[in-house]
Design a protein around this ligand. Structure first.
Ligand code: ATP
Length: 315
């Protein structure tokens, strides 16, 4: 164990970073506990890559403190990078050598032994990557796999993954998420940035949402979802005469849509479930479907679909 076991894996306080006059990080605070999977969400240009680079001192922070596995990456950069597996957002690899040679080179740099070699070989097989291929002949997704293997092969204490599933097909994305879960099971900490809300929701224990260089929300994935409105669709038996005004009058219930034949209601439920069930008991109900809120709603409540689309368009 590196650093004290009670130290967080990552502790960031009041971290700021500017590029010229542009302030990319505006005093962010983050704590990532040991052994957890932490999802770092935000639209294009929010500051995710900048934050990760500051955590490894690949770029110099302006102000604030950063502690990674009990060490300041600014004063102990070599040790911090040794302990971490890092997948950069923009991977640059020597184009003229084979996957096998590049992994061998990285393994030797890290002082990785036979276990590291076996693991790299197994991961390549799992990710369906031909290690004899030259880097220049690989597709974008296959190059991403090389970066993933390089980050995972030495079983680091902390994985810092900048959009790990970007450019991968859905099956391989699932494999990478499995690898993230396996790393957690074996005691590693995983910090990963993503735009893909569904994957963050599936694997992350905790989440932070960053917007324009500021952390606007953070907490346990489950608690970000609890306390959010649920959606319900109620289908009534034919010829039911609904007293919609009575349903609408219930506190915490919003009538979202009534079908043209008046036999189907869509409701938004933000409390008042018990009263609603009692009200519905007065009708002949054919079916009830409820839809859990998901992280996408939480995310969009911070950005709004328009601003998210604008930022995607900027890329
Ligand atoms: P994405 O999801 O698109 O990768 P991000 O959240 O990782 O975005 P960053 O790459 O950290 O965002 O960029 C944050 C902001 O800083 C953006 O506005 C970006 O244009 C700006 N930026 C990043 N790197 C530089 C640089 N080297 N010089 C100037 N501005 C930069």
């Amino acid at each position: 164990m590196n650093g004290k076991e009670s130290d967080p894996a990552i502790s960031v306080n009041n971290l700021s970073k500017s590029y010229g006059s542009f302030l990319a990080l505006r005093g962010i605070d983050l704590t990532v506990n040991r052994g957890e999977v932490f999802g770092f969400l935000g639209p294009n240009g929010a500051g995710k890559t900048t934050a990760i680079r500051c955590m490894l001192d690949l770029i110099r922070r302006d102000t604030g403190t950063v502690c990674v596995l009990g060490k300041d990456p600014q004063s102990d950069p070599v040790r911090v990078r040794e302990l971490c597996g890092y997948l950069p957002g923009e991977l640059r690899l020597d184009e003229n050598i084979s996957v096998h040679s590049i992994l061998k080179y990285l393994r030797e740099l890290r002082g990785g032994g036979k276990n590291c070699y076996i693991r790299a070989r197994d991961l390549a097989e799992r990710l369906d990557l031909n290690v004899r291929s030259k880097i220049k002949n690989l597709s974008k997704g296959n190059k991403q796999k090389v970066g993933i293997i390089a980050a995972f092969m030495h079983c680091p204490d902390l994985l810092l993954l900048d959009e790990p599933t970007s450019g991968l097909d859905p099956l391989i994305q699932q494999t990478v998420l499995e690898m993230v879960k396996e790393s957690r099971r074996s005691g590693s900490t995983v910090f990963f940035s993503s735009h893909v809300l569904a994957e963050v929701q599936t694997v992350a224990d905790r989440v932070a949402i960053i917007r324009e260089g500021q952390v606007v929300e953070s907490g346990e994935t489950s608690s970000l979802l609890s306390g959010r409105a649920w959606r319900m669709k109620v289908v009534f038996a034919e010829n039911t005469v609904l007293r919609t005004h009575e349903i609408e009058a219930l506190s915490g219930i919003t009538l979202d849509e009534v079908s043209s034949d008046g036999q189907e209601l869509k409701l938004i439920i933000d409390g008042g479930m018990d009263e609603l069930i009692k009200e519905l008991a007065g009708y002949k109900v054919k079916s009830i479907e409820t839809e859990r809120p998901d992280l996408e709603e939480v995310f969009l409540s911070y950005y709004g679909e328009v601003s998210e689309m604008e930022s995607i368009g900027k890329k």
